[in-house]
Design a protein around this ligand. Structure first.
Ligand code: CTP
Ligand code: MG
Length: 550
C-alpha cells in the first residue's frame, strides 16, 4: 500500500524493458515511434523526480523502499554497483524529492569540512550496523557495463546465423533502460548545479546517449542550453514598451562560451557532489568541460552553444529508428573498429564512432533500393513547423517518423555487413567525399585523407582528424573482413564448429580467425594487381574501385 502508482509496484525491473520510445530491433518496426523531442521531454521529467542514493551494500530492499515511500509513492527503482552501491529511485511526484531532501542532514566531518550543498545525490547510513540480513533480501544490482570479450565470443558462437550474431551483439551492447535513466539523471543533477548560476538553464544529453547508437560504457555528452533563459516566460503586448535584462557583454560568442564553461567547471570542481577530475578544455574548436561523475561511472563532456550537435543527434535518432537493420549494422561496425583499435577512447588521428555511423548511413543510402533516405529528402518532407535554422545553417528535416515511408529493401544483415566492408574496402577515398545530405559521393573539397561532410555545417569535415595511415588501416581491415565473410559463404567454419565464425571471426586480431589468411591474401593481392593492370589497359576511370577480390 506504500507504492500506489498503478501497475508499477516498486520492484526491480528487468533490463529487457526497452528505453522509452527508443528504436529497437525486430518486430517493433511496426510500433509507431515517438519523436526525439517527446522522448527527451519525458526522460527529463522522469529524471527530475528521481534521486541517486549511495547505500550500504547489505541493504534490505523491502525496508529501504518502505522507508523512502514515507515521502510518497515510488514509480521505479533499481540498484547498481560502481565504486560503491547505489540506488536510483524515481518517485511518482516531484514533491516527494523535496520532502526527502528536507529530512536529509549535511554531514559533520571530524577532520574535513563539508561544503553544504543540497542536491538529489544522497547518502544513506544504517543506524544499526550489526543487523546482518539474509542474502535473498539484499538488493539485486543491474549491470551498467558491457560484457567481457570472453562472454561476447560465447554468445556469438551460440548464435544460429550471422544475422542472429548481429542482433545478439546489439542486444548485449545497447544501453539498457536503467542505463538510459542513469544518464538522464546525471544530466539532471548537473543541471541543478548549473542552475545555481543560470536559473532556468537546461542540461540536455546528446551524442550516443540519445541517438540510438549508444553502447554500454560510452561517454555522456551534455549540452548546457541557455536558450531557454533567453526566451521570455510570458509574451505580453505592452504597447510601446519593451523590457530587457541588464547583462554583461563580451567581444564574441566564443568568449561568452568560454566564460560560462569556465565558471561551471569551477562549480563542478568545488561543489559538485561526485564530480571528479574536472578539466576545462576551453581552447578546443568546441570548448568543453570534461569530468567524471564518479557515482554513475560516466565520463562526461559538457559543452554549450552547440545546438547543431543536438540536431545531429536527432537526425541520427531518426536514421536509427527507421529500420531495425541500421542499429544492428552500426553496432557491429563500431565493435569491429574497436576490436581492431581503429577507434580509441583517446582523441587522435583515429576514426571516431560518429564518423563510422555516418559511413554506415551513407552505405545504406547507396543500396538499391535504398534502406535509408537522404537528408535532402528528409528535408523535402518537412512541414513549416520543422523549419530550423541554426547559426545560419539550414537544419530542417521531418521530425515525425511516421511520415517517412519504410524501405522496400529486404537484404539480410549478413549481406549488408559483407557489402559494407567491400564498399569501403574499394571506396575512392583519394578523390571522393562522403555526403549523407545528397546520398552520393562528391568530389573532395580538400586533401584530407578521409572527407565526410558534416550534414549541417556543410563546409566542415567530421573526420578531419583522420590520418592517411589510419584510413589505410581501415581499408585493409575492411578488405580482410570482406574476405573472411566470403569464406563463410563458401561453407567454411559454421555455427556447429568450435572455431570463432562469422562476426566472432571478424572481431579477432587479423590472421587469428584464419591462420592461412596471409597466404590467401598473397594470392588475392596478385589477383588484385592483375585486375589493376586490366583496368589500366581498358583505361577505366576509377582504378581504385572494384579491383579487390573480383
Ligand atoms: N559531433 C559533431 N562533429 C564532430 C564530432 C562530434 O557534430 N566532428 C557531434 C555529433 O552529434 C556526435 C556528438 O557530437 O554524436 C558527440 O560526439 P562524440 O562523443 O565524439 O560521438 P558519439 O556519437 O557520442 O559516439 P561515442 O559513443 O564514441 O561517444
Ligand atoms: Mg559521445
Amino acid at each position: 500500500r506504500h507504492f500506489s502508482c498503478p501497475g508499477t509496484v516498486a520492484a526491480n525491473f528487468g533490463s529487457e524493458e526497452q528505453p522509452l520510445g527508443g528504436a529497437q530491433t525486430g518486430s517493433e518496426d511496426k510500433i509507431p515511434k515517438k519523436r526525439f523531442s517527446e522522448v527527451q521531454k519525458e526522460r527529463r521529467e522522469q529524471a527530475q523526480r528521481t534521486v541517486l542514493i549511495h547505500c550500504p551494500n547489505n541493504i534490505n530492499e523491502k525496508k529501504f523502499l518502505k522507508y523512502l515511500s514515507q515521502h510518497g509513492p515510488i514509480n521505479k527503482h533499481f540498484f547498481y554497483e560502481s565504486f560503491g552501491f547505489y540506488a536510483v529511485v524515481e518517485f511518482c511526484q516531484k514533491d516527494s524529492v523535496n520532502s526527502l531532501q528536507s529530512e536529509a542532514l549535511t554531514p559533520n566531518m571530524s577532520t574535513e569540512s563539508a561544503i553544504p550543498f543540497k542536491s538529489r545525490f544522497l547518502n544513506l547510513k544504517l543506524k544499526n550496523l550489526s543487523n546482518k540480513i539474509p542474502e535473498q533480501l539484499c538488493a539485486q544490482t543491474s549491470n551498467q557495463s558491457p560484457p567481457s570479450s570472453k562472454k561476447l565470443f560465447e554468445l556469438l558462437n551460440y548464435a544460429e546465423s550471422i544475422d542472429d550474431q548481429l542482433h545478439t551483439l546489439l542486444k548485449t551492447f545497447q544501453l539498457t533502460e536503467e542505463n538510459v535513466r542513469l544518464r538522464h539523471l546525471t544530466c539532471s543533477l548537473i543541471e541543478d548545479i548549473a542552475a545555481a548560476y543560470f536559473p532556468g538553464c537546461v542540461i540536455r544529453p546528446f551524442g550516443s546517449s540519445v541517438n540510438t547508437f549508444g553502447k554500454l560504457g560510452c561517454d555522456l555528452d551534455m549540452f548546457l542550453d541557455l536558450d531557454e533563459i533567453r526566451k521570455p516566460d510570458v509574451h505580453k503586448n505592452a504597447g510601446n514598451f519593451l523590457m530587457e535584462f541588464q547583462v554583461k557583454n563580451v567581444p564574441s560568442e566564443r568568449i561568452a562560451t568560454q566564460k560560462i564553461l569556465s565558471v561551471i567547471g569551477e562549480c563542478l570542481d568545488n561543489f559538485g557532489p561526485g564530480c571528479v577530475g574536472v578539466q576545462k578544455i576551453l581552447n578546443a574548436r568546441c570548448p568543453l568541460v570534461r569530468f567524471s561523475h564518479q557515482a554513475s561511472g560516466f565520463q562526461c563532456d559538457l559543452t554549450t552553444n552547440n545546438s547543431i550537435a543536438l540536431k545531429s543527434s536527432e537526425l541520427l535518432y531518426i536514421y536509427g529508428s527507421l529500420d531495425s537493420r541500421v542499429r544492428a549494422l552500426v553496432f557491429s561496425v563500431r565493435c569491429w573498429a574497436r576490436a581492431h583499435s581503429l577507434t580509441s577512447s583517446i582523441p587522435g588521428a583515429w576514426i571516431t564512432n560518429f564518423s563510422l555511423t555516418v559511413m554506415v548511413i551513407f552505405f545504406l543510402q547507396r543500396r538499391s533500393p535504398p534502406i535509408l533516405p537522404t537528408l535532402d529528402s528528409l528535408k523535402s518532407l518537412a512541414d513549416a513547423e520543422d523549419r530550423c535554422i541554426l547559426d545560419g545553417n539550414n537544419c530542417t528535416f521531418i521530425r515525425d517518423l511516421c511520415k517517412i515511408k519504410p524501405s522496400g529493401n529486404t537484404e539480410t544483415l549478413e549481406l549488408l555487413l559483407k557489402e559494407f566492408f567491400e564498399y569501403f574496402g574499394n571506396f575512392a577515398f583519394n578523390k571522393n567525399s562522403i555526403n549523407i545530405r545528397q546520398g552520393r559521393e562528391q568530389n573532395k573539397p580538400d586533401s584530407s585523407p578521409l572527407h565526410i561532410q558534416n550534414p549541417f555545417e556543410t563546409s566542415l569535415n567530421i573526420s578531419k582528424n583522420v590520418s592517411q595511415s589510419q584510413l589505410q588501416k581501415f581499408v585493409d581491415l575492411a578488405r580482410d573482413s570482406a574476405w573472411i565473410l566470403e569464406q563463410e559463404d563458401k561453407g567454411q567454419p559454421s555455427p556447429s564448429s568450435k572455431q570463432p565464425w562469422g562476426l566472432a571471426a571478424l572481431l579477432l586480431p587479423p590472421g587469428a580467425a584464419y591462420p592461412s589468411l596471409s597466404k590467401k591474401k598473397k594470392k588475392l593481392m596478385s589477383e588484385k594487381v592483375k585486375g589493376l593492370l586490366a583496368s589500366i589497359k581498358s583505361s577505366s576511370t576509377d582504378i581504385s574501385k572494384d579491383t579487390y577480390g573480383k
